[in-house]
Design a protein around this ligand. Sequence first.
Ligand code: PMP
Length: 387
Amino acid sequence: MTTPYDWISKSLNTIHQANWYRTPKTITSSPGPIVELEGRSLINFASNDYLGLAGHPHLIEAAITATQKYGTGSTGSRLLSGHRDIHRQLELAIANLKQTEDAIVFSSGYLANLGTITALVGQRDLILSDQYNHSSLKNGAKLSNATIIHYNHCDLSDLHHKLQQYRHQYRHCLIITDTIFSMDGDICQVSEVLDLAESMNCMLLVDEAHATGIMGKKGAGCVDYFGCTGRSLIQMGTLSKAIGSLGGYVAGNAVLIDFLRNRSATWIYTTALSPADTAAAIAAIELIQTEPQRRDKLWENVNFLQQKLSHLNILPSQSPIICLECANPSQALELSQKLIIAGIFAPAIRPPTVPTSRIRFSVMATHETAHLQQLINNLVLRNIGNV
Ligand code: PMP
């Protein structure tokens, strides 16, 4: 007998056949440069905890104290059930980090992008989107019902050309781009994109998920790194990478944030961030602003590794995300497995997530030289990285 669900197993088989099947690996230790993964102790190049804050005692203590005071759950959406004082404290801390008038926190970065894009543009509007943008930007664009035009990755002349061609046909226009690209590690020229946006009367939303905490003198992100602090644009990011917690944010001028509080469905109709996550993020932002040594160490590690791996098939990157390109999905899977046997955890990233298969290494401030050297020894001296 057939059922209406039969197509699901067929579709899953197709995923298997294309070598695109994915399943998570289980970690049984605390976050850090070494993790226990399915019975092995491995050097961890698979984490977004760039500054090593996810296991920091200050964050853990803040989360415990907040849980004791406010409980485990936030018990409802902020507009209906009331928020806790720490939710607003976190928003003000983000606005202070970003030097913006205000900020709003969402339950994740993904929800921040969905909720912001759908609030800002609709059917009569246009979105110009970098072709390599994160899934949350792409799906936010789709959900908004605006017309979406992709421009070539980080190609400002293509963006300019497309704006000249299409901008005048639409009411509002929103340009969306990652600042540090999550699967390549290269960086968008924020100030040039912003100049272009201003000259063509467009809004600009930048995704600072991978840049928050690590770029700029005080960790404010790429907007600050490129000298654009104080200019009008929409900055979103996550609390789950360098900030070591969970949640997402949008920072910008007060009117924008007030509008999102009234129009962003993924903020209005969802339960507020948990007290533990909220308090941990506040503690992390304080450390990020006052203790630059973690950022310095991170960049020292990044530069060391970039230099030692430069002759391999590494994608151009200016960030802690370093990708070794592979010929096809099975080669990427094979290399990732060989690395596990060699004591290194680094994921294979394959289509459809990215256009070409690769191993993605994320560098952290907590990696010691010996950890980086072990990766280099395997990729270069043992030659397993020559793919
Ligand atoms: N934007 C980018 C560029 C990301 O890499 C991610 C997370 N992978 C997100 C948004 C979503 O953030 P979160 O994990 O907080 O949902």
